[in-house]
Design a binder for this molecule. Structure first.
Ligand code: FAD
Length: 408
């Protein structure tokens, strides 16, 4: 028997691709999942809540959230974007909510509802889903493809949709069919620093302006950063890590992070300190601070790092010590020595090179009948629901593309 389509990989993009192909008119569709559970990343995503997409609707703003794939996604989003994904799920019974920062979650705050929704849609569409069938080999035949899965089980298909996420086997399968591969590197990770005295501030979250210098390249962001027991995390750090992913990897994750803890310019900080000094001369510098927004533990850590005397009064603060405080607040340098063990969200940069994919259909330009969707390609986004959005978009376009390929 030969199927119209075999989807390799039962993740977000695979389900979207399979469901769209059937709803467009394709008849026999199979999903082969290598592990014992489908949609496992959906389950663990967003801390179990699944940040399914983002409310950002303007395509030119939306694509700025993708360090790789920005150009190609512009075209893809003009066909199926965040609004279409939102409506697609709502119309299929999954109630969604938008949080203040634009992230979209199931109303129930449970990723299981996303899994139930996609699984039921697949079942109702007659899609056969097989688990524990890791695909080991795909070869071209005169009628399409033959796949060999775990236990030497063979399947035949006219089309293949490769949706293996960041798993190395997907890249290996694509390579065996003639594709080149951009070597994978991690994206979205926290930073470890060698600076010791920040540990007392672990858990502090603050809006900061940050600059990353990696081997003469500069990256900057403004937004929330979180001090951890190892260094830094939080949305602005994860965003930096994504945009600098390749450079950081090439430089063995050695970098310098410069933090402006107040998002203020030096002159304004200096003026505020001068005024505070005048009005609070009898107070102890360690115990009273001119900046409300700065947590006490961080203020103390910064003073300790520049050896300010713990008993010093504001009136006795020397000009040079004052300048050191200004510098610490506006351009404090931290040596980054490695990446953290886990990010809040973890994706891989790299995979199928984008110039080898036809983005009108998601079909390979190298191997006819082979299609791609999701993280297997060299496309990745930052945190905020952008990675799943790319899966829904590329899965949907692949589903349509495979149908039109088969009906021609
Ligand atoms: C902890 C965590 C939290 C995340 N939270 C979010 C979030 O809230 N919002 C967001 O937008 N993104 C989030 N992401 C990123 C998001 O999960 C991924 O971008 C997305 O799952 C990629 O989907 P995919 O379909 O391309 O691949 P995957 O979801 O990885 O699915 C690929 C599937 O293919 C299977 N497979 C691989 N090789 C084979 C083979 N040879 N044969 C058969 N099956 C195979 C795998 O077992 C897997 O089930 C998170 C990631 C992690 C790790």
């Amino acid at each position: 028997m030969i199927s119209d389509l075999i989807v390799v990989g039962g993740g977000a993009s695979g389900f979207m691709g399979a469901i769209t192909a059937v709803s467009s008119g394709l008849k026999s569709v199979i999903i082969l999942e290598g592990t014992t559970k489908v949609l496992e990343k959906v389950r663990i995503s967003g801390g179990g809540r699944c940040n399914i997409t983002n409310s950002c609707g303007d395509v030119s703003n939306l694509v700025n959230n993708y360090p790789r794939g920005e150009k190609q996604l512009k075209g893809l989003f003009s066909r199926f974007s965040t609004k279409e994904a939102f409506d697609w799920f709502q119309e299929r019974g999954l109630k969604l909510k938008v949080e203040k920062d634009g992230r979209v979650f199931p109303l129930s705050d449970s990723s299981n509802e996303v899994i139930t929704c996609l699984s039921e849609l697949a079942r109702n569409a007659g899609i056969k889903v097989f688990t524990d069938l890791h695909v080991q080999q795909i070869s071209n035949t005169n009628i399409g493809f033959t796949l060999v899965a775990k236990g030497n089980k063979t399947f035949n298909a006219k089309n293949i949709l490769l949706c293996t996420g960041s798993h190395p086997s997907g890249r290996k399968l694509a390579k065996s069919l003639g594709h080149s591969i951009i070597s994978p590197v991690p994206s979205l990770f926290s930073f470890c620093t060698t600076t010791a005295n920040l540990q007392s501030c672990s858990g502090v979250s603050i809006n900061a302006h940050i600059k990353l210098l990696v081997n003469k390249k500069k990256y900057s962001e403004t937004g929330p950063i979180l001090i951890t027991h190892l260094g830094f995390s939080g949305p602005a750090i994860l965003r930096l890590s994504a945009f600098a992913a390749r450079t950081l990897h090439a430089n063995k994750y050695l970098a310098e992070l410069r933090v402006n803890w107040l998002c203020m310019n030096e002159n304004d900080v200096r003026s505020k300190i001068n005024l505070y000094k005048q009005e609070n001369g009898r107070k102890i510098v360690f115990k009273s601070k001119p900046f409300e927004c700065l947590p006490k533990s961080l203020w103390k850590a910064l003073l300790l790092s520049i050896n300010i005397d713990k008993q010093l009064k504001w009136a006795d603060l020397s000009r040079s010590d004052k300048e050191c405080i200004v510098k610490s607040l506006t351009q404090k340098c931290y040596s980054i020595k490695s990446r953290g063990p886990y990010g809040d969200e973890f994706v891989t940069a790299g995979g199928i090179p984008l110039q080898e994919v036809n983005f009108k259909t998601m079909e390979s330009k190298i191997c006819k009948g082979l299609f791609f969707a999701g993280e297997v390609m060299d496309i990745d986004g930052i945190t905020g629901g952008f990675n799943f959005q790319h899966c829904w978009t590329s899965g949907w376009i692949a589903g349509k593309g495979i149908y039109s390929n088969s009906s021609n």
